[in-house]
Ligand binder design. Structure first.
Ligand code: ATP
Length: 207
């Protein structure tokens, strides 16, 4: 099982890292790849550059053997469309289960993604609930869930793609925007993200 976790990671924080560990364990993934996007398609530009977001991720995953950073979206000249990313990952891993990990808020926006209905052809979806973010699951997503939902993450390993599962992970109410806001105000963000990442932010004077 290959697990993919996309995001802006501006900056990566302990909420991301904890959910990644719990998702990787629930999936028995051999590898979990953080996939920083170049510039998000559906939201404001990132504050930190692609290079800095990548460097922060590299620091954050040190010592966690099944974590990797995948640079393909950062290196692609065009905007980050998940369908293109999944197609290229599938070409490299034709016979392996691939699971895209999504926060609940990201899942709710799925029907606005490019070619979203084709996404389950290339990967499973593991949707992680997020603290304090009640989201509205619209009718097209409910129909998708009706066709494809399974109860347990372990069930995803039975096929290479096409299923959707929810997973409750330890709720950590941390967001990159809250971390950025603290730092912009000159306040401490310690214990919300790894010390190595915080040291990098200070050295590079980000946020
Ligand atoms: P921002 O505050 O700038 O919106 P973010 O903290 O949501 O950033 P992203 O890089 O946009 O971070 O998140 C990547 C993915 O991780 C998204 O699917 C998001 O829903 C999920 N996510 C981020 N933080 C948490 C958290 N604390 N708990 C659960 N899911 C999270």
């Amino acid at each position: 099982m290959l697990a993919i976790f996309g995001g802006t990671f501006d900056p990566v924080h302990l909420g991301h890292l904890r959910m990644a560990i719990e998702a990787a364990e629930a999936l028995s993934a051999r590898e979990l790849r953080f996939l920083p996007c170049r510039q998000p398609v559906h939201r404001a530009p990132t504050r930190a550059s692609a290079k800095d977001r990548l460097a922060m991720l590299q620091l954050a995953i040190q010592g966690e053997p099944c974590f990797r950073v995948d640079r393909r979206e950062i290196e692609r000249a065009t905007p980050s469309y998940m369908i293109e990313t999944l197609t290229s990952l599938r070409l490299e891993n034709p016979d392996e289960s691939i699971t895209l990990i999504l926060g609940m808020d990201a899942f709710a926006t799925l029907p606005t993604w490019q070619a979203w209905q084709k996404i389950p052809e290339w990967a499973h979806l593991l949707v992680l609930r997020r603290a304090h973010s009640p989201v509205h699951i619209t009718e097209p997503l409910q129909a998708l869930l009706y066709q494809r939902q399974v109860d347990r993450p372990a069930a995803l390993a039975a096929t290479t793609a096409g299923k959707i599962c929810y997973l409750q992970t330890t709720p950590l109410d941390i967001s990159s925007s809250a971390v950025r806001a603290l730092l912009t105000e000159g306040r401490s963000a310690r214990f919300l993200l790894p010390d190595s990442v915080l040291d990098y932010i200070q050295a590079q004077q980000l946020y």
